[in-house]
Ligand binder design. Structure first.
Ligand SMILES: C[S@@+](CC[C@H](N)C(=O)[O-])C[C@H]1O[C@@H](n2cnc3c(N)ncnc32)[C@H](O)[C@@H]1O
Length: 263
């Protein structure tokens, strides 16, 4: 059963705005001053709602996404800010050379919220991000670790059981695909879920990539209950218990999302 925000773009946009205002913006503000003249890039911006609180704080915001429908929606929902020159939405792959030419060392902050787990070859992609940053620039990452109960994004499934069944995304690919087919999921949904299986990321692999590329973790907040689940499932957001955070590998199975600030 697809969730209502997968059907109603306006609901999804409003949830992005509210979640960003209450959780993402305050987390980023702990390490990065945000205000007039701060230049912010969101990669994988979708409908653009995450960026609205940043534009309201006076930042200049650019959102890039390779889904043209979502960029059209962003331009529509945020037309006031776009026509005032506070925001810009670009339909492009962040890997396109012309995007880099235009924005080389331009941004103070890059946001990747629920996006890094959709992008292949994170070992190349994470260091590539430095090209867009000014010297003192920082990057926000927020992602669900692969091994968490719904790390496969199976909530997008149309079949109710398939959408609420935890952990089966961890099974070997042919078995996972077979189960999705058995539940009658349409091919585009299966393809999307198998693609996410290929681009999966764990807490350990993410931190290894960051450290191996001379980047530094400035702040980290693991969640037992992802703040976005308030909208998706009506659950109260909860930070992860500190002792779980210290158990490598096991923590991935019990942590539904992690926020990081990286310099
Ligand atoms: C799950 S959505 C997240 C949307 C939004 N950031 C949020 O938190 O609601 C991930 C987005 O990343 C985009 N994306 C994936 N790879 C990309 C790439 N190489 N360049 C630009 N956008 C990309 C997808 O099109 C998708 O809209």
């Amino acid at each position: 059963m697809a969730l209502k925000q997968h059907k109603d773009e306006r609901i999804r946009f409003d949830q992005q705005v509210d979640n960003s205002r209450k959780f993402v913006f305050p987390f980023i503000e702990q390490t990065k001053r945000l205000g007039t003249n701060t230049k912010v890039l969101e990669i994988g911006c979708g409908e653009g709602g995450v960026l609205l609180p940043f534009a309201e704080a006076g930042c200049y915001c650019v959102g890039v996404d390779l889904n043209p429908l979502r960029i059209d929606l962003a331009n529509d929902f945020l037309k006031k800010e776009v026509s005032a020159g506070k925001m810009q939405f670009v339909f492009q792959n962040v890997y396109d050379e012309s995007f880099l030419e235009k924005y080389k060392h331009f941004f103070d902050l890059i946001i990747l919220k629920d996006a890094i787990e959709h992008i292949p070859e994170q070992e190349k992609f994470i260091p590539y991000l430095k090209n867009f940053l000014k010297n003192e620039g920082q990057i926000f990452f927020g992602f669900p670790p692969w091994y968490m109960p719904f790390g496969g994004h199976q909530q997008v499934c149309q079949n109710k059981v398939a959408s609420i069944l935890p952990y089966y995304h961890i099974l070997p690919k042919p078995l996972y695909k077979g189960i999705l087919q058995m539940f009658g999921e349409p091919k585009p949904v299966i393809d999307e879920l198998l693609e996410i299986k290929d681009t999966q990321i764990s807490i350990e692999r993410f931190e290894k990539i960051v450290v191996n590329n001379g980047m530094k973790i400035l702040a980290k907040q693991p969640y037992l209950i992802n703040p976005i689940y308030k909208y998706k499932f009506g659950l109260k957001p909860r930070k992860q218990l500190p002792f779980i955070n210290h158990i490598p590998y096991v923590r991935n199975f019990l942590t539904t999302c992690v926020y990081y600030m990286v310099s």
